[in-house]
Design a binder for this molecule. Structure first.
Ligand SMILES: Nc1ncnc2c1ncn2[C@@H]1O[C@H](COP(=O)(O)OP(=O)(O)OP(=O)(O)O)[C@@H](O)[C@H]1O
Length: 291
């Protein structure tokens, strides 16, 4: 297993009068090279949960393992450096952290800080630039001349330059236009497929969950309500309603068709492509009049 949470609890300002419990008894596993989406309302504990993954926040009870690393309430900061290289964190609006004069210097900063020779770090920066889909002409430009989506790519290249095995993404498409959103999600899919990165994605975009995630964790009031495949989570429409969560748009449409008598023998379609494929299959077997 790449990631295992075992009865993890976290309380902000623990043992003070201001103590705020934010996670309670969270247990789940993510397989090697998995793709987990974490969903849930504001304040449900998603950010607190992902910050456990590189021990920015350490559990106040329970423990977690990320590949070869184990974090418990008593793990000391000195032990955490290798974990922090292993888990790349992309926080919301990561472009706000860009600072260097050129894009390549910005990307090279992290590896250099961890002791890599400056020339090698710059060469690595060029490779990472290509990996996030920006050509070599960007290397010497200022990061501040770029569009929002491109700046975000540069910030992500800086995280990837540390060669993480787990990539944690906190609403990585927030504020992007539909095309930028699609390109960003395709980038993560490519990193997952081609580089074998384990992805942990916090999102409010149910379409992205349906299209990309292999596993979904639903958080509510600091507890893990359910974990399952997108099909398992989104097919239980009555339960979703009680949890006050939305279906992906294609599934909402399919659900309306189901209420008018259309059957979905392969399961409720969750994406537009799946909806189109299932409708086309029914069309060809039953003929136009019956669809
Ligand atoms: N620094 C903090 N100090 C005290 N309480 C906090 C702190 N950060 C978060 N909390 C509380 O912990 C709980 C979980 O918050 P968290 O930010 O993890 O939720 P979230 O699901 O990520 O929300 P969002 O979708 O708004 O980012 C909330 O009750 C929140 O008010």
């Amino acid at each position: 297993m790449a990631i295992t949470f075992e009865h993890v609890g976290y309380t902000y300002q623990a043992n003070t009068p201001l103590a705020t419990p934010a996670l309670t008894d969270v247990s789940f596993t993510v397989p090697d090279h998995g793709y987990l989406a974490i969903i849930g309302h504001t304040g449900s504990g998603k950010s607190t949960l992902i910050q456990q993954l590189n021990a920015l926040l350490k559990p106040t009870t329970g423990q977690l393992t990320v590949d070869q690393f184990t974090v418990t309430p008593t793990t000391t900061n000195a032990d955490l450096k290798p974990l922090r290289r292993h888990v790349g964190m992309v926080f919301q609006f990561p472009e706000s952290q860009l600072f260097a004069e050129t894009i390549r210097q910005d990307i090279a900063f992290g590896p250099q800080n961890f002791g890599l020779d400056p020339d090698k770090a710059l060469k690595l920066a060029d490779e990472m630039l290509a990996l996030v889909g920006l050509d070599a002409s960007y290397a010497q430009r200022s990061p501040f001349e770029l569009s929002g989506g491109q700046m975000r790519r540069v910030a992500i290249a800086g995280v990837l330059a540390m060669h993480p095995k787990v990539l944690v993404l906190d609403e990585p498409t927030a504020g992007l236009d539909p095309q930028g959103r699609q390109e960003m999600m395709s980038l993560f899919e490519r990193l997952h497929r081609e580089q074998g990165l384990t992805i942990v994605l916090v999102t409010h975009q149910m379409e992205d969950v349906a299209q990309y995630a292999e596993q979904v964790a639903v958080m509510q009031h600091g507890t893990l309500l359910r974990v399952g495949t997108p099909q398992e989570i989104f097919s239980d429409v009555a339960w979703l309603r009680t949890a006050d969560l939305d279906l992906p748009r294609a599934a909402q449409f399919a659900q309306k068709l189901a209420q008018r008598g259309v059957n979905w023998p392969q399961g409720l379609p969750l994406t537009a492509d799946d909806l189109a494929a299932q409708l086309a299959a029914q069309w060809s077997t039953k003929g136009v009049d019956h669809v």
